[in-house]
Each structure stands twice: as structure tokens, then as C-alpha cells.
Design a protein around this ligand. Structure first.
Ligand SMILES: Cc1cc2nc3c(=O)[nH]c(=O)nc-3n(C[C@H](O)[C@H](O)[C@H](O)COP(=O)(O)O)c2cc1C
Length: 221
């Protein structure tokens, strides 16, 4: 049975960090994508698509933070989670990176809008994590696009078998809530168990993220 010992240790550490962190502090060394603040620049994030997998001992909980971030906000939150949980990190990357024009949602014909309005759109991605089924817990992050998750996240979930892992969604947005985005993704996640997700502002502080982590009811052994 999958175990959760080291996760509890990490969450205790996260709580300590939350207590020590300065209000509004940002994750520094672990920040996988920048810039961190809103409004966005719509530039492509310089992020690694490699999962930094480490061999797991029998008793280790394997935690993955997987995320898509077009302008860095979700990537920054993912970095905070990865650091607090000592998790593997995986950036979902479209084969064709989004340009500024692609993300210009005030243009009805921009690529992002076209994809979001097409139920069958599944933009190709550059890869998936090694051995996804080996993870016990997966944090899945994405920006809200027109009230939903970007279709590259659909591609990702349909390309990965996370077995019976627990998936915890999180998202960033300008103002919208997580809405039905998580339920829509859940339908694609096979047997994985799904927990209630959380929306953050793009400028959410490290404290906010760590405090949320502490509230999660993660599975017991
Ligand atoms: C195509 C597109 C659609 C968006 N739709 C919404 C939306 O419906 N509601 C909202 O609050 N923000 C919306 N946003 C803003 C993003 O959710 C927000 O800036 C997010 O933090 C970006 O995350 P990222 O930097 O990780 O890509 C949209 C942005 C884009 C590019």
C-alpha cells in the first residue's frame, strides 16, 4: 500500500516555513517560472520539462507537482509546493509554445480562445513524467482560461496513467474561481482519487500556499 510518512514530515516542515515566512514573501531558489506577479507579460516561461525523479524507498510517499503555466503565475505556486513537499516537479509544455498573440484573449480568433471553445482540442505536449503510476499524490496546477483548464492539461491527463493516486488540483486566475474546471479534469483522470482544489491569485503569497497545504486532508496510510 502506498505510504504517506514523508509527506507528513514535509507538511510539518511546510507549517514551520509558513510560520517563519514573511508576509508576501516569494519562493526564491525554487521558483520554476517567472515573472511572478500580475499582470502577465505573456512571454513563454523558461521552465524545465524534466521531472526531477529520485529513486523512492519502500516507505516513501512519492509526490509530484505537475503544472502548466503560460505566463509564470501557476509555475511560481508550483515551485512553492514542490519545495515545501520535496516533490518532483514537472512542467507540462505544449509542443508549440504559446506566443503573446496566441494568448491575446481579447482577440476571438487567438489560438487559446479557439482551443478553449473546441471540446475536442488536445494540443500536443512535449512529454509526460516517467512512471506516473508510481506517484501517490499529484498536485496538478493550471491557469484558468475562460473558466476552465487549458486544453493542454486535458492532453496531459489523457496521456498519463496516475493509477489510484490522489490528485489535488490548484489554479491561478485573474478573478475567476476554480469553478467546474477540476470536475472537468477529474472525468479524464481514470481511477485517480480527486480532492477539492484551490484557486490562487497570480500574486498569492508563499504563506497562503503553505497555509492551504496544512488544511488538506491527505490520505492516511
Ligand atoms: C486565454 C486566457 C483566458 C483567460 N481566462 C480567464 C478567466 O476566464 N478568468 C480569469 O479570472 N482569468 C483568466 N485569464 C487570466 C489567467 O487565468 C491568469 O492570468 C493566470 O494567473 C495565468 O497563469 P499563468 O501565468 O500560470 O499562465 C485568462 C488568461 C488567458 C491567457
Amino acid at each position: 500500500m502506498k505510504r504517506f510518512f514523508s509527506l507528513l514530515t514535509s507538511l510539518l516542515l511546510a507549517g514551520t516555513l509558513a510560520a517563519c515566512a514573511e508576509t508576501g514573501g516569494q519562493s526564491g531558489a525554487s521558483d520554476p517560472a517567472s515573472p511572478a506577479s500580475e499582470p502577465q507579460t505573456f512571454s513563454s516561461p523558461e521552465i524545465s520539462s524534466e521531472s526531477q525523479a529520485e529513486p523512492a524507498s519502500e516507505e516513501e510517499t512519492r509526490v509530484l507537482v505537475a503544472y502548466f503555466s503560460a505566463t509564470g503565475n501557476t509555475g511560481r505556486i508550483a515551485g512553492i509546493l514542490q519545495s515545501a513537499l520535496d516533490a518532483d516537479l514537472f512542467a507540462i509544455q505544449p509542443q508549440e509554445p504559446y506566443t503573446e498573440d496566441d494568448l491575446n484573449y481579447s482577440n476571438d480568433d487567438c489560438r487559446a480562445n479557439q482551443e478553449q471553445s473546441d471540446p475536442d482540442a488536445r494540443p500536443a505536449i512535449t512529454g509526460t513524467p516517467d512512471d506516473p503510476d508510481s506517484y501517490d499524490l499529484v498536485f496538478l496546477g493550471y491557469p484558468i482560461w475562460w473558466g476552465g483548464a487549458p486544453k493542454v492539461v486535458y492532453t496531459f491527463l489523457e496521456s498519463c496513467d496516475f493509477g489510484d493516486a490522489v490528485i489535488v488540483p490548484f489554479c491561478t486566475s485573474g478573478s475567476s474561481g476554480i469553478g467546474s474546471s477540476a470536475e472537468d479534469l477529474h472525468a479524464l483522470a481514470g481511477e485517480a482519487q480527486w480532492q477539492e482544489g484551490r484557486r490562487f491569485a497570480g500574486s498569492a503569497s508563499e504563506d497562503e500556499v503553505l497555509n492551504w497545504l496544512e488544511t488538506l486532508e491527505l490520505p492516511a496510510e
